[in-house]
Unconditional design. Sequence first.
Length: 311
Amino acid sequence: MIAVTIAAVMSLPIAAPMTLRKVLLPILGVMLGSGFHSNLFDQVGNWTITFAALPVYIAAAFGMAFLFYLKIGRYDPVTAYYSSAPGGLNEMMILGAEAGGSERRIALAHASRVLIVVSFISFFFAIVFDTSSSGQGRGYIPFADVPIADLLLLLACAVVGAWIAPYLRLPAPQVLGPMILSGIVHSTGITDAPPPSFAVNAAQLVMGTVVGCRFYGVAAREIARDIALASGASGSMIIVALLTAFAVTTLSGIPFQQTFLAFSPGGLPEMSLLAIAMSADVAFVATFHILRITIVVAAAPLVFRWLRSTR
């Protein structure tokens, strides 16, 4: 991710592997679904405090980032608002452009947010918790160790889930559809097949590359300015995430590493991959990122219309 971002800033001839991304997103959904197990519903009751804290976190993170872009970045109110949403890159870009904001600035703000948050989380866990994100702790799982019948079942979850999810208007459909089907077959005990390590590593490689490629074709000065502003806005979101995670951990006893990953304002694919790489509770982390994105995408345009009507 960092290497490709540097290459993009230097205008080197790079291109995002979008075809591979389309293939790997459903596979990622299947990987996330494999984190759901039969006793998951016994644990959901312990998530009550986390559920309650999520809307408060979203409002605080959204509000602080909005004030930063408005007052420090001098963005117009529409661009500042849609640049500040803690999630929903594509949705916020479309909604912001329709409302009269700068589509380019909104896109760069969200791309920068993902870049900054993923980088910060990786180094934060390495330095503070001495956690390796190399995945070595999980052991290498070759495709040969997963029975053919299970591989075919997981492939069916990927294909059918990715096909049906857009018709159901699910957020992040290429991930969420396969994840739901995979979660069903894993939580009901139909299969307990783990994701092969090659697929996990390939997904990390491609998603990191795609994040970096979002900066291609943009002037270095503009990238520097937007990343600088995003550092401030994302930094405020991360502070809110840290405080919220600490409060939830104190009240619920859920490990801080998991609550912080759950509240960190990165993208669903990127943060889910970090959860897999760091051997966190994938079901917990993915569930709250999906809820965060759903709330943001559903509420952001409604709140925007309310704010505009009060002016």
